[in-house]
Ligand binder design. Structure first.
Ligand code: NI
Length: 156
């Protein structure tokens, strides 16, 4: 029973070869499986395997955000009214204070008043969450969302 499911093969030069594909069975209530199949069909999956792999990856990414010892990446989206000079200044100041965590910023003028900003962030989960909380929590920010993603390392 000591089978390794995540065995990684290394080539002689140290690069990572693709891992072995392991088949495994899952027991589940037929109604649960039926609901799952209906959902993945709607989502456009061509088979259960890829849907289950995506669920596993999603859980691994979520766990990495909580375990807090890996470098993570994500995006912070904020919508605000730029008419308030004070708010614009505050948001720019916060971003400069955290320049080490902010990789790139996209600013879109949605209309005469509203702006959308998407910040690509990279760093420890604590740092990213802190930057996100401070930006989204700034008075006058109408909507904000942190999307937690991954550098992709260790995810197959
Ligand atoms: Ni704008």
């Amino acid at each position: 029973m000591a089978q390794k499911y995540n065995e990684i093969e290394r080539s002689p030069c140290g690069g990572i070869r693709s891992g072995k594909t392991v088949r495994f069975g899952i027991s589940a209530d037929s109604r649960l499986l039926e609901s799952f199949d209906n959902m993945i069909i709607q989502k456009g999956y061509i088979n259960r395997s890829e849907a289950i792999r995506d669920l596993i990856r999603d859980e691994l990414v979520e766990h990495a955000w909580v375990s807090n010892n890996e470098e993570m990446v994500g995006t912070i989206t904020i919508v605000y009214n730029h008419d308030s000079r004070e708010l614009s200044d505050k948001l720019i100041e916060l971003q400069h204070q955290n320049h080490g965590a902010i990789v790139s910023t996209v600013h879109v003028h949605l209309d005469e008043h509203n702006c959308l900003e998407v910040l690509v962030v990279r760093g420890s989960s604590d740092t990213i969450k802190n930057v996100s909380d401070r930006l989204i929590g700034t008075k006058g920010v109408k909507h904000g969302k942190l999307t937690m993603s991954t550098t992709g390392k260790g995810l197959f």
